[in-house]
Design a protein around this ligand. Structure first.
Ligand code: NI
Length: 162
């Protein structure tokens, strides 16, 4: 396993469409392990393959609900509700902004064994699924931010005071 370098905003690779994964290979298994390790190292709750420079439709998520999710070739098939909240991205270091996302989503994806499954998420998990799936199509949360991007440290301080 290895920590991979995270690409940051301005890097063209973050704006490209990712290719579907056709079959699992040892190389792709290594990539998935490295993505988890890199995400934990950076204290993220999700990471998409293009963020480590690989244009494949692979997402990893851990919102600390006791599960590690691997989403390969994910498709969001249902959404419900909407909620506005602060969101950040390891590819946009030190920043945060308000984004409106569904409160509940259902996503259909392959797992690391290339078995099709469905995952339903609410709240933070729903937000993470939407955010990470968008990365696979070259979309960043900054495209959706309502108002200005803000300094993540400042927003955290304000929220702690409330
Ligand atoms: Ni992100």
């Amino acid at each position: 396993m290895a920590i991979r370098q995270i690409r940051t905003i301005g890097d063209e690779i973050l704006r490209k469409e990712c290719k579907p994964v056709k079959l699992m290979t040892p190389r792709t298994q290594d990539l998935i392990e490295d993505m988890f390790e890199t995400m934990y190292e950076e204290n993220g709750v999700g990471l998409a393959a293009p963020q480590v420079g690989v244009l494949k439709q692979i997402v990893v998520i851990d919102v600390e609900d006791g599960e590690q999710y691997v989403l390969i070739n994910p498709k969001i098939v249902e959404t419900e509700g909407s909620v506005t909240g602060y969101e950040g991205c390891l590819s946009v270091p030190g920043k945060t902004g308000k984004v409106t996302r569904p409160t509940r989503v259902k996503v259909r994806a392959y797992d690391e064994n290339m078995e099709l499954y469905e995952l339903e998420g609410e709240d933070l998990l729903a937000r993470a699924i939407c955010h990470e799936c968008a990365h696979l199509h070259g979309e960043l949360y900054v495209d959706l931010v309502e108002g200005e991007l803000e300094d993540a440290d400042k927003v955290q301080e304000d929220e702690e005071e409330e």
